[in-house]
Design a protein around this ligand. Structure first.
Ligand SMILES: Cc1cc2nc3c(=O)[nH]c(=O)nc-3n(C[C@H](O)[C@H](O)[C@H](O)COP(=O)(O)OP(=O)(O)OC[C@H]3O[C@@H](n4cnc5c(N)ncnc54)[C@H](O)[C@@H]3O)c2cc1C
Ligand code: SF4
Length: 476
């Protein structure tokens, strides 16, 4: 432990966001960085608990007390190596992870937790700056070939570890750029795409082959895939968005959030769209339906596109500000979350259901919403009831549906491979990420359902470990 009294003498200090009135005029990352001295002081707040609950809270099992100590002592290389030993992309989780580790930090029982996520990001950025992070290709190749289908965090995590184990890895991606939702879902103001490219350059130098614009199942048949590769990791995400099949859904102006967000990310990457294709919030009253990360990203993007106003509604009740009794530390707190985008100016409302969209000449003009109440039925299940007479019409020119994702797209590759699905429609995989088909493994949102970057990275790790064992088993 760096300083045994650090947690009593040093208050938590966050780098914070750039001022809202400045950042809404650009798509640069909103989060700032602390100077090196402050970072070391923040690291000194870690108490090196006998049972580090932060470690339990982190899905990739980050050895937090160990790298915080190295950070405090200025041992940049050691801090980075410890961090990287459990996570291929600490520079990405350091930016976008909701940090369940901080919620389970022992300090968080009475005080403000240690600044784990920001320290993680600072550690890896310092290591890049110091030239510590260099390509380290495997010395020996096994001669085994692995196909990773999908290049989001799950696919990239699996590809990195399998390559490091000496297998020859090819990553196939149907989009024109690598990264999955890191590239075309999460906005640049949360994750600068140069951060992904910097790591990809290292992967290329280490020998991973990337093939973009290749839709497996169409551009490469199932048979060719299974013939050419000794093992396959399916990391195709959960791309089926939840729809809102109400009257007026087909009006011009009602779109899935991902169509809107992808277009903005592609625009920033230099691509252009015709006026007909382009989904823009400029000068429009925007209604975002859904309050998760995707909804919040729609808010921030609409504000940057100069929307006239942004309203975000959610069907569930407003979460409490503090932990309720049945949601104690060290579990994830189901409390109110306010993102940088919310702070930039949007109206947020809860317990509202959307009844229909109303248009004129095919164009969206209004949305009808209604208040709902939630209660439990005799079986303890939550039931939603509309509040009679609480209907409201709101004027709106753009609706963004951000109500989550239901499952992976089954038609095409997954159906052709004949993998079994679980009751929620995800690819069924056991604890080793093995699917029902020999030599095919699955990792990330495709088998867990839409989740978080850190869970996808962990799933990629588990898949890589078991693919490696499978390939080394002489009976296979
Ligand atoms: C808008 C948005 C914001 C988010 N923000 C956060 C956040 O701030 N923090 C956080 O932790 N999580 C966030 N998430 C969730 C997180 O991004 C996902 O959980 C994570 O990316 C899942 O990783 P994955 O590798 O399983 O799948 P994905 O990232 O979805 O990648 C799957 C890839 O597979 C490709 N693919 C699909 N089919 C084929 C095929 N047949 N052939 C070739 N390629 C194929 C897809 O094109 C895609 O690139 C966000 C999600 C969204 C939508
Ligand atoms: S990956 Fe997420 S949960 Fe793990 S240490 Fe980093 S911020 Fe915390």
């Amino acid at each position: 432990m760096g300083d045994p009294k650090g947690f009593m003498t040093v208050p938590r200090k966050e780098a914070g966001y750039r001022p809202a009135k400045e950042r809404i005029y650009d798509y640069g990352e909103v989060e700032q960085t602390l100077n090196e001295k402050d970072r070391q002081l923040q690291a000194s707040r870690c108490m090196d608990c006998g049972i580090p609950f932060c470690h339990w809270g982190c899905p990739v099992n980050s050895k937090i007390p160990e790298w915080q100590d190295a950070l405090y002592r200025g041992r940049k290389d050691e801090a980075y190596y410890i961090l990287h030993s459990t996570n291929s992309f600490p520079e990405i989780t350091g930016r976008v992870c909701p940090a369940p580790c901080e919620k389970s930090c022992v300090l968080a029982i009475h005080e403000e937790s240690v600044t784990i996520r920001e320290n993680e990001c600072a550690t890896v950025e310092q290591a890049f700056e110091a030239g510590i992070i260099k390509p380290n290709p495997p010395q020996i190749r096994t001669g085994k070939k692995v196909a990773v289908v999908g290049s989001g965090p799950a696919g990239l995590s699996a590809a990195d570890l399998l390559n490091r184990a000496g297998h020859s890895v090819t990553v196939f991606e149907k989009n024109d750029a690598i990264g999955g939702l890191l590239r075309y879902g999460i906005p640049d103001f949360k994750l600068n795409k140069g951060v992904i490219d910097r790591r990809l350059e290292i992967f290329v130098d280490e020998g991973i082959i990337f093939k973009t614009n290749v839709k497996v199942g169409e551009d490469i048949s199932r048979d060719d895939l299974l013939l050419e590769f000794d093992a396959v990791v399916l990391a195709v995400g959960a791309e089926q968005p939840r729809n809102l099949p109400v009257e007026g859904r087909d009006l011009d102006g009602v779109h899935y959030a991902m169509d809107f967000l992808t277009m903005q990310n592609k625009t920033l990457a230099g691509q252009s769209f015709s006026d007909v294709e382009h989904i823009s919030a400029k000068d429009k009253r925007v209604l975002v339906i859904g309050c998760g990360d995707t909804g919040s990203d729609c808010v921030g993007t609409s504000i940057r596109q100069r929307a006239k106003s942004v309203t975000q509604i959610e069907i569930l009740p407003k979460p409490p500000e503090t932990r309720p009794d049945n949601n104690p530390w060290p579990y994830w707190p189901n409390t109110m979350r306010t993102s940088s985008s919310h702070q930039e100016g949007c109206e947020r409302r809860w317990s509202l259901s959307t009844k229909r969209f109303i248009g004129e000449n095919g164009k969206l003009k209004q949305a009808e919403i209604i208040e709902v109440e939630w209660s439990k039925d005799e079986n303890g299940r939550w039931v939603m009831n509309e509040v009679p007479g609480s209907n409201e019409m709101i004027d709106v020119e753009l609706v963004l549906l951000a109500m989550g994702f239901t499952q992976p797209v089954q038609a095409g590759l997954l159906d052709a491979l004949g993998v079994e699905y679980d009751p929620r429609g995800n690819v069924k995989a056991d604890d080793n990420k093995q699917t029902s088909v020999k030599k095919i493994f699955a990792a990330g949102d495709v088998e867990k359902g839409a989740s978080l970057v850190v869970h996808a990275i962990e799933a990629g790790k588990v898949a890589a470990r078991n693919v490696d064992a499978f390939l080394r088993d002489v009976d296979n």
